[in-house]
Design a protein. Sequence first.
Length: 227
Amino acid sequence: MNAQAMNFPLLPASLSVLALLGTAAAALAIAIAIAVALATGRSVWARRLILSGLGLAAVYGLALGGFALSSDEVSLPRGAEKYFCEIDCHLAYAVTSAERGIALPGVAPQHGEFWRVRLRTRFDETTISARRGREVPLTPNPREVAIVDARGQRYPPVTVPVPDDGSVALGTPLRPGEGYVTTLFFDLPRDAATPRLLVSEGVPEALVLIDNEKSFLHRKTYFALAP
């Protein structure tokens, strides 16, 4: 991938959410039907419904595992964008700069040295649905951010007192076409090998959404921090 590369999820979030909601609704309906069958002494129907419920769970599990196992691990170069689907639009994230050995006045790193990473958030106006107005602001879903080294060790951002550099907090609402840059600091050992930035969904349901990189066995899309 070149510096203008883009990384989209294979399955749109709208379909993934619909699959989860549809499966949950069907499972609830089956559970109610089982309770009614048992209450009315229709054990044969209850067994059939139980088998149907197990089949439904198996199909969803196969879809969840199939997308996860078919995914690829990706390391995006500087400036390349990783897209997150917000149902009716897309947000694009990219690392614009990464520096190590940052000195902060009055603050000493606990692990080795400070890294400063600037992360750009952009509301891609070309991905909005016909129903969304261009003046309607979007509040992004929560994100989890961490640097991951070659051993899989995770280092979340640290809160440090720094001068105002125009940084905008992640999760700040924005309109189509708008964007901002967030400055993040990390405390890493000096010998941390191949550190890469991981930005992922910060909502618990992401664990059971089909083709979400937080689901079990799903491979991740990272941002390379090397020059």
